[in-house]
Design a protein around this ligand. Structure first.
Ligand SMILES: Nc1ncnc2c1ncn2[C@@H]1O[C@H](COP(=O)(O)OP(=O)(O)OP(=O)(O)O)[C@@H](O)[C@H]1O
Ligand SMILES: [Mg+2]
Length: 232
């Protein structure tokens, strides 16, 4: 069987609350996401959606249990190893875009390669192709600050896909957009991960957008609804 793109095995994340009370942001969460599939994460505010995505990206580490990306357990990696995996294999899209407003659209998309020290010529075509794909080629040399929210999120998606990650994670990618542009951005993101053969896991508050995924992970107070889960 093909290696799962993302595996959570009995994962808990515990925070120390006031008076040394332990608060579970996630409790005993297990699931598998098959490569090339899409999964949405739904649940009320505080149910653990962002925590789950941060653990999947190796931005944060679980208190108990294990997280593996394409069969590589993150716990077996050093901090540097996790950073390398994150840069090479994982793309992340945030609710608030996280773009640099004064840089051009093109440079914002190119940022991961610039940070990695790649030569501009080696990724220029890829940046142009991605911007054409999202209908922003004519804005390539404009500063990002002048774009609409939906346009900014399309730039952020290009940036996240630049290095051809096999796993794309998105935390409420349409949370700052109105319904129409949210729907448009979500459709575009789903089409692009399918074209790239990548796996997508995204958190959303929208029932409609959640239903567009192959599988839905439902969180209740940090626990996964047993009815929901794996796309394998
Ligand atoms: N650094 C932290 N320290 C303490 N508690 C935290 C921390 N990060 C998250 N939590 C708690 O963990 C729980 C889950 O938070 P999380 O951000 O994952 O929820 P969420 O489902 O993404 O919510 P939202 O829909 O509001 O974004 C919450 O109760 C939150 O207060
Ligand atoms: Mg969140």
């Amino acid at each position: 069987m093909e290696q799962a793109a993302l595996t959570f095995a009995k994962v808990s994340k515990v925070y120390d609350g006031a008076g040394s009370v332990q608060r579970y942001a996630l409790r005993d969460v297990s699931f598998e996401i098959a490569p090339g599939t899409t999964a949405s994460i739904v649940g009320r505010s505080g149910s653990g959606k962002s925590t789950l995505l941060h653990l999947a990206a190796g931005i944060d580490v679980p208190t108990h249990g294990s997280v593996a990306v394409h069969g590589t357990p993150l716990a077996g990696l050093s901090e540097t190893g996790r950073t390398r995996l994150r840069r090479r294999d994982i793309g992340f899209v945030f609710q608030l875009f996280h773009l640099l407003p004064h840089l051009t659209v093109r440079d914002n998309v190119a940022l991961p390669e610039l940070i990695a020290g790649a030569r501009a010529r080696s990724f220029r075509e890829r940046v142009t192709a991605l911007l054409e794909r999202v209908g922003l080629a004519d804005r390539a040399d404009d500063p990002v600050a002048g774009l609409s929210g939906g346009e900014m999120q399309r730039v952020a998606i290009c940036r996240a896909l630049l290095r051809r990650p096999r796993l794309l994670l998105a935390d409420e990618p349409t949370g700052s957009l109105d319904d129409a542009s949210g729907q448009m951005v979500m459709e575009l993101m789903l089409q692009m991960v399918s074209e790239e053969g990548a796996t997508l896991v995204y958190a959303t508050h929208s029932r409609e957008l959640a239903a567009m995924a192959d599988g839905i992970l439902r969180l209740h107070s940090g626990m996964l609804d047993p009815e929901s889960g794996s796309t394998t």
